[in-house]
Design a protein around this ligand. Structure first.
Ligand SMILES: Nc1ncnc2c1ncn2[C@@H]1O[C@H](COP(=O)(O)OP(=O)(O)O)[C@@H](O)[C@H]1O
Ligand SMILES: CC(=O)N[C@@H](CCC(=O)OP(=O)(O)O)C(=O)O
Length: 248
């Protein structure tokens, strides 16, 4: 069976990609592995919301999304962040195609908690057959937007989206590429982290902001069968590798 690798490229990380990143993608392609990139765009969205004088607020790393914010988020993800990322990959001679949920009903979703978060979703389905076919020839670059059965677009945290998609595709590997070298404790990267260790960090408020949904998503993927899950700023380094159990 063909191996699938899902990489989440955060909004910060998308501006920091280096040659190692492109070489690694080329290597996986040469090995005929399927590669799917889910991109974020949080910092770029925040910038545009401020420019448009719209609410710019996250709770535990999840953006509270009004209908007006959603229009800007869609425009920024699909009109700014995704084309820039596809351009960078193309410049490095990688075969890419930019994707969003409207293509072949790629990502089905429903509301996470509409009274609280507004137009924010969670993914309930992935068009795997179509994606599998596409990934045979191309690297997919997919925005974290889902669609309800009635066609309503929903904003999904990109880490949560990547973990759910990796799980549903039966991916062997999920990399959450970010702007820090891994999960930090007292300024040092933890090479391995299990759920108990993460709970302790949560309890001591050593995990804040965007790292919260990232870790929750990462453990969800690990527990549901994605064998290799890591949080890193370098595709060739495992940063923090998530583990079922880290021996004391
Ligand atoms: N214990 C921690 N270790 C590393 N980063 C952490 C930790 N707690 C909070 N963070 C924050 O999480 C950020 C990464 O999450 P986020 O900003 O959402 O990135 P991305 O845009 O890549 O998803 C880091 O830049 C850091 O500020
Ligand atoms: C619901 C929610 O929080 N959606 C995110 C989607 C983009 C994202 O997650 O981007 P990063 O990975 O770069 O932070 C947002 O609006 O910022």
């Amino acid at each position: 069976m063909t191996e699938t690798i899902v990489i989440k490229v955060g909004g910060h990380a998308s501006k920091l990609l280096d040659d190692q990143f492109y070489h690694q993608l080329a290597k996986w392609r040469a090995q005929e592995k399927h590669v799917l990139i889910i991109h974020g765009g949080g910092p770029q969205i925040s910038q545009w919301l401020d420019l448009m004088k719209l609410p710019n607020h996250k709770e535990d790393g999840v953006r509270v999304t009004t209908p007006a914010c959603l229009e800007v988020i869609q425009a920024v993800l699909l009109g700014v962040v995704q084309p820039a990322l596809c351009h960078q990959l193309t410049t490095h001679h990688l075969p890419v195609v930019g994707l969003n949920t409207n293509d072949h009903h790629l990502l089905a979703g429903n509301y996470l908690d509409q009274p609280h978060f507004g137009e924010v979703g969670q993914i309930t389905g992935v068009n795997q057959a179509w994606l599998d076919q596409l990934l045979t020839n191309e690297i997919g670059v997919l925005a974290p937007l889902a669609q309800t059965a009635s066609g309503q677009l929903l904003n999904v945290n990109a880490d949560t989206a990547a973990a759910e998609i990796a799980t549903r595709l039966g991916a062997s590997k999920l990399v959450l590429l970010t702007d820090v070298p891994g999960v930090l404790k007292a300024g040092k990267v933890l090479p391995r982290l299990d759920q108990t260790g993460a709970n302790q960090l949560f309890a001591h408020h050593q995990i804040t902001a965007g790292m919260m949904p990232k870790l929750t998503a990462a453990f969800s993927a690990l527990k549901r069968g994605v064998a290799n899950v890591s949080i890193t700023n370098d595709l060739t380094q495992s940063g923090t590798a998530l583990a079922h159990q880290v021996s004391a």
